[in-house]
Design a protein around this ligand. Structure first.
Ligand code: IMP
Length: 196
């Protein structure tokens, strides 16, 4: 018997990254696949609060097992910005490209380019809540490189590589990324989980 998990996201990139990692015995559906097309509110002031808020929202609309992630890009020279506001850095309806361009502009001439991505996952499984975290250190490049991935991937160079996330395959990125690391922990937990 398999356990179905709803991934509280509308982001097809994230869903593909994670579906590829799920262990045997689990299936995954996205919000669109369960007919929940609402934009989920993200009004928390931390990644933990936002990922929990996404899970609570889904649980208020379906009886299911559910997980959500929330990610932020923290840039040292900017005191940790854009952080929890990464999706809206260039404004409420900013595109990925707008956000990338704004960050490149703000960082123009700044030599200290250290940054990290951090992800927090909240999982609600058979009525219990579990949390997993992951992060990756790197730096912000001075221009975009690569066509893959999404968000800030074309300007994030992880310490482990001389290529940006956008220049990697999905599998390469997932093997070292913030979300990949957080999900690896969740996957490990799921592999050993004994259903109630
Ligand atoms: P979310 O709230 O977890 O969807 O993430 C907030 C924002 O962070 C997204 O809109 C993206 O701009 C950025 N982001 C999240 N994950 C990644 C990633 O893996 N690579 C690049 N940018 C990301």
């Amino acid at each position: 018997m398999s356990i179905e998990l709803v991934f509280a996201t509308h982001n097809a990139h994230k869903a593909r990254e994670i579906a590829a990692m799920l262990p045997a015995g689990y299936t995954m559906k996205t919000l669109d696949e369960i007919g929940l097309h609402d934009e989920i509110p993200e009004t928390g002031s931390t990644l933990e609060e936002n990922s929990r808020q996404k899970v609570d929202y889904v649980l208020s609309r379906c009886t299911c097992n559910c997980f959500a992630d929330d990610t932020g890009l923290m840039v040292d020279a900017l005191g940790g910005a854009p952080g929890v506001y990464s999706a809206r850095y260039a404004g409420e309806s900013a595109t990925y490209e707008d956000n990338v361009n704004k960050l490149l502009e703000v960082m123009n001439g700044i030599e200290e380019r250290g940054a990290r991505f951090a992800t927090v996952i909240t999982l609600s499984l058979e009525g219990e809540i579990y949390t997993f975290t992951g992060s990756v250190e790197g730096e912000i490049t001075t221009s975009s490189s690569g066509e893959g991935g999404f968000g800030y991937d074309p300007i994030f160079l992880p310490q482990e590589s001389n290529r940006t996330f956008a220049q990697m395959t999905m599998e390469e990125k997932a093997s070292i990324s913030h979300r990949g690391r957080a999900f690896a922990q969740m996957i490990d937990f799921l592999k050993h989980y004994k259903t109630k």
